[in-house]
Design a protein around this ligand. Sequence first.
Ligand code: GH3
Ligand code: MG
Length: 313
Amino acid sequence: MTEANAAGPDAPHRSRLLVVDDQQVNVQALYQALSAEHQIFVATGGEQALSLCLAKQPDLVLLDVVMPGIDGFEVCRRLKADPRTRDIPVIFVTASSEEEAETHGLELGAADFITKPISPAIVRARVRTQLTLKAQADLLRQMAFLDGLTGVWNRRAFDERLQTEWLRATRSGHPLSVVLIDVDHFKRYNDHYGHQAGDDCLRRVAEVLTRQLNRPGDMLARYGGEEFVCLLPETDAAGALEVAQRLERGVRAEAIPHAESVVDPSVTVSLGVAARSGEGCNTTANLLAAADAQLYRAKTEGRGRVCGLAAAA
Ligand code: GH3
Ligand code: MG
């Protein structure tokens, strides 16, 4: 492959690299080796490196060890200690080839070690390797948060987001609501149409529910078997009830035949709504329990409907 091809102006994705070095000549050498293939950001000290990592979320950091102020080892330690930056791979680029320094760097969580003066071809190859590993790890992390059947978020993803949004709402005082959604008489659906058709039905329900959510912060997750949950940041009980009604109507309008349902000839869902500001909703567990109680009410009052605490307001 020629140099020009390797540089690949039509490469699928230009990765974002942060080069950290206090010596201009070293920055230049790395820039020349990598800028054709990648987008380069530069920091000339440890503090700047840390703030750029947070602000730019680079795909990889090339880090000098000896710098005035915070040195490279400390930068690496702090990056690995912060959940927001710990998954960014770090390659140390250093004049020292001492075994002790290299061991220390790797123990701090660095992905690789390169010695100066650099060989452009070796730097490029090692950077590519780390970027490939990072992309694969990112994909695995994402898959761990997706539901295999429907492709929407799974319960683990929901639980994490709920904690984050709960803390955010506590700080800002903004509302936060959840909607629990359960398919009506789904056991009968499976018994009548078969388990495979049941799976197809869940996929369609998930698609319909997803389509009803408009705001970028809204989240739909599969909560369990035939139960879904919707997280609505910055939404009060009245707003969440509106969304829940839309979800209910959306599933009904999809008109998935359900010959065994006594609610409607097509698939329906029951929904329970609770808001963070509501009575007794002072923990995430209470919030979910309140939504579950409303869902239970929707079931006992005839299914195919929404119940929520602000329903009477
Ligand atoms: P209700 O209206 O009270 O919610 O009744 P229901 O039949 O929907 O509730 P129940 O909890 O009695 O039954 C849920 C059924 O959902 C039983 C279970 O086999 C089925 N189910 C759960 N997960 C899946 C799945 O991933 N695929 C399929 N096909 N069925 C599932
Ligand atoms: Mg059900």
